[in-house]
Design a protein around this ligand. Structure first.
Ligand code: NAP
Length: 339
């Protein structure tokens, strides 16, 4: 029987998470009971929501307790099954955690992946929460019209790069905000953006205005913080803001510390609309979104950029990469299994 390597929470994060908040352990492979399947985990998704799950303050989902296997979505293969709806060889996605083997029971929010849609790990990127967040946020809240300008913060990331691809499909102008000059080049040369601005450039406000000469109609906000404050200045009358993420302030112990310039004036004068997005609210429409995303992918109109770290022991490093903006595209961890 193979060992079960895992990442456990060593301590709650106070302020910005660090590698010290995690520890690597090797234990025994679990044994499935009646109604459970055993999953060999192959791919682990690293997501910004992990920051709020490891703090003392609860978010909208339960947090991770010290000593518990770190929560994570993952894709793997059924290698043993006592579940009538799982057969050996099925590819599945679920909330399996940062571990090399997991039990797939009633609480793992799992589903079998349709093998006709391509690589199973697309369920962690385009054909899963990431793609659906971009899809419903942009189309349902943003309601893009051809010719409009769509501004995307964390524009080179997992969600942001798919927002850009859909915006271009809808005939919009897409502008990214990212954290380095290398990423601005990548956004324009590889991700289809019309322009990109480095948020760390001292001339960021002026460069943002220059990159959006006709203003911004839709702001897909993945970060909050100072980027949000600057975006408010370039919004057009009737602009729509998708409140998708707040990674810029996710490390704060108290959300009320996340104070920026008050934007009341811009909201009224520009008649702006802002709506918060929780992708799970669209659960009853996921099949609609997945069908479009899968078709666009099959037609070659949307490609997926992955940023892969090898080895489960490096999974905490994956989270550090998201927080320092080192990732380009979806941060995944590949779990190696000896043959
Ligand atoms: N509402 C929902 O239902 C939902 C679902 C999924 C994801 N989300 C949110 O969507 C956002 C993007 O998620 P993702 O998985 O696609 O992550 P991602 O964009 O692939 O990675 C996070 C990116 O955030 C940027 N970043 C990190 N720290 C920052 C800071 N202090 N200020 C500004 N930018 C910073 C970095 O890019 P740069 O350095 O290039 O700026 C980093 O690459 C996250 O906020 C996440 O929580 C929301």
């Amino acid at each position: 029987m193979a060992d079960n390597a895992c990442i456990k929470l060593a301590s709650k994060a106070i302020g910005r998470p660090s590698l010290e908040n995690f520890r690597f352990e090797v234990g025994e492979q679990p044994t499935p009971s009646e109604g459970e399947a055993l999953i060999r985990v192959d791919w682990i998704s690293i997501d910004p929501f992990m920051v709020t799950r490891i703090k003392s303050r609860a978010n909208y989902e339960a947090g991770v307790e010290v000593g518990e296997v770190m929560h994570a979505y993952a894709v793997g293969e059924v290698i043993q099954s006592n579940r009538p709806d799982r057969k050996v060889g099925d590819a599945v996605i679920g909330y399996f955690g940062m571990q090399s083997f997991a039990l797939d029971g009633q609480n793992s929010q799992s589903r079998v992946i349709d093998p006709s849609l391509g690589s199973p790990r697309l369920a962690l990127t385009l054909l899963g929460m990431v793609g659906l967040t971009a899809y419903f946020g942009l189309l349902d809240i943003g309601k893009p019209v051809a010719g409009e300008t769509v501004l995307v913060s964390a524009g080179a990331g997992a969600v942001g790069s798919i927002v850009a691809a859909i915006a271009k499909l809808k005939g919009c102008r897409a502008v990214a905000v990212v954290g380095s000059d290398e990423k601005t080049d990548h956004c324009v040369s590889s991700l289809g953006y019309d322009a990109a601005v480095n948020r760390k450039d001292p001339a960021f406000p002026e460069k943002l205005a220059k990159a959006c000469p006709e203003g911004v109609d839709i702001f897909f906000d993945n970060t909050g913080g100072p980027i949000y404050d600057e975006a408010m200045k370039v919004m057009n009358i009737g602009g729509r803001i998708i409140g998708c993420g707040r990674i810029a302030g996710a490390h704060l112990e108290d959300p009320s510390q996340d104070i920026g310039p008050r934007d009341t004036d811009a909201f009224i004068v520009k008649r702006l609309m802002k709506k918060g997005l929780l992708v799970m609210d669209y659960a009853d429409r996921f099949s609609e979104g997945l069908a479009d995303l899968a078709r666009w992918h099959a037609e070659g109109r949307i490609s997926v950029r992955e940023d892969i770290l090898e080895g489960i022991e490096n999974a905490p490093e994956g989270l550090m990469r998201l927080l320092s903006g080192q990732n380009v595209g979806k941060q995944l961890v590949h779990v190696e299994h000896p043959q």
